[in-house]
Design a protein around this ligand. Structure first.
Ligand code: NOJ
Length: 541
């Protein structure tokens, strides 16, 4: 890192950062069990330094039976042996900090694992007990309590309630799980729940971490009285007025969380805030709540200039309205990778050259959008593998392990396709990810072309583009200032200017278009006759 603002002494680092999401299962496996681990992350810190990121976000690494791949936490104050141990985690923090890379980690406050000691105690203690009150247990409706307490469905499909057997073997109460049955929702009206989260936060902050990514930050508080859903909910989706999410009381929880963070200067939280309305989103990033909120506007916009421009304008307005820092992301471990989202539709049985052509367009568009997001003011989150231009993988049914696949009765394939391990080197799976050919998700046969090794040698690779873009974003003064001014641009194109002077132009059409005036800093594809190539973007000053 080259500027003072990038050194670890800057408490405001999160205001203008590039954060890299490590999905630990899929990043790098040093133990050889086919699943990535913390030693693997330590091993690749040099790569992350080369890429130039300010911080990493580690998806959950706490003790977990892995029913939802770590988002079901059985002990929030320990590392799962699959990933390593506390000593390895301490080493990771120290070595990352030595390289000026901050470490943030997932925190999962909405639910625990059903293997958490609290849940076992709740089952044992019986209805009406203080142990049960830490979760959301209710008697069933119907003559024999056989009907769930309300009509809520789980985000992963199926009912959001499961019925338990009481200690005497009889069918008993129901408990709420907005996700898998192995993820019982906590009762955030019980003060013990907040006290325990505070203890968990201090546990990790005292070890030197730099912040948290808060899972389901729009969850936790449920609508008073648990009213029925007005209409059936779609799997993996919800609206802002859904009684399961985005209830007012959640903001008090965020204020308590923020109060803990404020005792650790230089730390910051980013919340997973899946709400649709920019105004609702803004509430979560008021000055005494989350430092940052994930903004999924670009991840849902498609490769369409009107939608991209609206996403940028609305996000800037929402964050600006409450003095918050805008954030940008194109993908994460829950969504289809951008290369595949932007790729023209092509059937699996189409001729190979058609498929290759579509993939090429998907990669070109993803590269262009990388320049768009890295040109914007605020903080950018990059999902591991995006910098390699990885597509989603069409996995065979028998390889699918996301609980969504089972819960949806095999109607939704779930999120495994974006979680396939990263290819590092060589021409054969597992491409240096692991010494074990049996990786937790199988890796495609044709990923030799995407390896880090291959892309580091190629100045035109997607990895080289990301490296150059991130470096320019740091060193060039033109990337300064809030907001953007829009330029007139030909149909299917957009162009904006940062106050510091950076111009970003995007061409989503199939023809070359003239560039705005200026000196070129970076292009996502070579110019065509001096013009901006189809499906490409350029930075100018
Ligand atoms: C959001 C996480 O990103 C996702 O992977 C997980 O399944 C749910 N929250 C439940 O924790």
């Amino acid at each position: 890192m080259t500027q003072d603002t990038d050194s670890l002494v800057n408490p405001d680092w999160w205001r203008n950062a590039v954060v890299y999401q490590v999905y630990p299962r899929s990043f790098s496996d040093l133990s050889g069990d086919g699943v990535g681990d913390l030693a693997g992350v330590i091993d690749k810190l040099g790569y992350l330094e080369l890429l130039g990121v300010d911080a990493i976000w580690l998806s959950p690494i706490m003790r977990s039976p892995m029913a939802d791949h770590g988002y079901d936490v059985s002990d929030p104050r320990d590392i799962d042996p699959l990933f390593g141990d506390l000593a390895t985690f301490d080493q990771l923090i120290a070595e990352a900090h030595d390289r000026d890379i901050r470490v943030t980690m997932d925190l999962v406050p909405n639910h625990t694992s059903n293997q958490h000691a609290w849940f076992a105690a709740a089952l044992a203690a019986g209805p009406g007990s203080p142990q049960r009150d830490r979760y959301i247990f209710r008697p069933g409706r119907g003559e024999h309590g056989e009907v769930p307490p309300n009509n809520w469905t789980s985000v992963f499909g199926g009912p959001a309630w499961s019925r338990i057997r009481e200690a005497d073997g009889s069918l008993g109460e129901w408990y709420l799980h907005l996700f898998a049955p192995a993820q019982p929702d906590l009762n955030w009206e019980n003060p013990e729940v907040m006290a325990d989260l505070e203890e968990t936060m201090r546990f990790w902050l005292d070890r030197g971490i730099d912040g948290f990514r808060i899972d389901v930050a729009h969850g936790m508080a449920k609508a008073p009285g648990l009213p029925d859903l007005a209409a059936p909910a779609v799997i993996l989706k919800h609206t802002d007025d859904d009684p399961r999410f985005n209830n007012d009381a959640v903001h008090d929880i965020h204020r308590r969380i923020r109060a803990v963070m404020d005792r650790y200067p230089g730390t910051a939280n980013v919340g997973e805030v899946w709400v649709e309305s920019p105004d609702e989103f803004a509430k979560y990033v008021r000055p005494d709540e989350l430092h940052l909120g994930f903004n999924f506007a670009l991840a849902t916009a498609g490769f369409d200039v009107a939608a991209i421009r609206a996403a940028i304008d609305e996000s800037l307005a929402a964050a600006g309205g409450v003095g918050a820092v805008p954030t940008w992301t194109l993908s994460n471990h829950d969504v289809v990778r951008e290369v595949t989202r932007y790729r023209p539709e092509v059937t699996a049985d189409a001729p190979l050259d058609e498929q290759e052509n579509a993939l090429g367009i998907g990669i070109a568009r993803a590269r262009a959008m990388a320049l768009v997001e890295l040109a914007l003011p605020g903080t950018v989150f990059i999902y591991n593998g995006a910098e390699l231009g990885l597509p989603n993988v069409d996995l065979p049914d028998e390889a699918l392990v996301d609980p969504v696949w089972e819960r949806s009765g095999h109607t939704e394939r779930g999120r495994d396709g974006c979680r396939v391990p990263l290819p590092w080197e060589g021409d054969e799976a597992p491409y240096g990810f692991s010494a074990n050919p049996h990786t937790w998700l199988p890796m495609p046969d044709d990923w030799g072309r995407f390896t880090v090794e291959r892309q580091l040698e190629d100045v035109f690779s997607t990895l080289s583009l990301y490296r150059q873009a991130i470096e320019l974003r740091y060193v060039r003064p033109e990337f300064s200032g809030p907001g953007v001014d829009w330029y007139q641009a030909p149909d299917g194109c957009l162009a904006f200017r940062r106050p510091g002077g950076l111009i970003c132009a995007l061409n989503t059409t199939n023809s070359p278009v003239p560039l705005p005036h200026g000196q070129i800093l970076l292009v996502s594809l070579p110019l065509v006759d001096g013009m901006l190539a189809p499906n490409s973007a350029a930075w100018l000053v």
